[in-house]
Design a protein around this ligand. Structure first.
Ligand SMILES: [Zn+2]
Length: 254
């Protein structure tokens, strides 16, 4: 089993899970680079998994389905091209592995994540829910939903690999360093972004060290967020919400 990112637009990754000549394509926003990859490697797309209805994740789903003999497209009910709309708990076999669908709302109201269990570990295709060192913006979901989705991710084994759909890592780490100026893991990860992209996938263990949205329960993060927003916060979910607000308004120093 091999998992490869295909680049699309400015900073999207379309993840391709390959076993033999069969591929699952996750969030094909643009069909062109996907079909180029498939043709060059002589592969077949067996399934498409969609996390949420933003165009940069869905734009190629119809073309791919038609090109590959009506291959199934999994997604929530808000995905027009989906052929299979089972929600949370749906199980999808592929190759030697099995994906389980989780609802991880927040960025959008019905955002799905695909937890693909394989003999080599757990691989989570989390769309725009979790990014390395950051989280998605709230569009049609709520910040409380996003906090809950993060809490559930945080209960997975620490070797779990996350495959977000965007390369936002460097910018996210700069904000993380603004929240935690004394965290050496953030500095190390930031330095690494200069010479290594994709920066993904990332382990949960790594994210627990550098992602401020997974660190809102730590006293120094909590206090720092209170100081920056100028009021007392009473729960981890309030710290999480204020942190998202601070990120929305933050401009990196020149
Ligand atoms: Zn999105």
């Amino acid at each position: 089993m091999k998992i490869t990112p295909v680049k699309a637009f400015n900073d999207n990754y379309i993840w391709m899970i390959q076993e033999g000549n069969q591929v699952v394509c996750v969030d094909p926003g643009d069909p062109t680079p996907v079909l180029e990859f498939i043709v060059a490697q002589r592969l077949m797309i067996a399934q498409t998994w969609i996390t949420h209805p933003h165009h940069d994740h869905t734009g190629g789903a119809g073309a791919i389905r038609r090109t590959f003999m009506e291959s199934p497209v999994y997604g929530a009910e808000d995905i027009p091209d989906a052929t299979h709309t089972g929600g949370a708990g749906t199980q999808i076999p592929f190759g030697g592995g099995l994906a389980t669908v989780w609802e991880t709302p927040g960025h959008t109201a019905h955002h799905l994540s695909y937890l693909f269990e394989h003999s080599d570990g757990l691989h989570v295709f989390c769309g725009d829910t979790l990014f390395s060192a950051g989280c998605g913006r709230v569009f049609t979901g709520t910040i409380e939903q996003l906090f809950d989705s993060f809490s559930r991710f945080n209960q997975l084994p620490e070797t779990t690999l996350f495959y977000p759909a965007h390369e936002y890592t460097a910018a996210n780490l700069r904000f993380a360093a603004h929240i935690e100026p004394d965290n050496p893991d953030i500095q190390t990860a930031l330095a690494a972004t200069e010479y290594r992209t994709p920066t993904l996938p990332v382990t949960l263990a790594h994210e627990r060290r550098v992602n401020p949205f997974l660190r809102v329960g730590l006293q120094h993060v909590w206090t720092r967020v209170e100081n920056l927003c100028g009021r007392k916060l009473n729960s981890e979910s309030e710290v999480f919400a204020e942190l998202r607000e601070l990120k929305n308004n933050w401009q990196p120093p020149e």
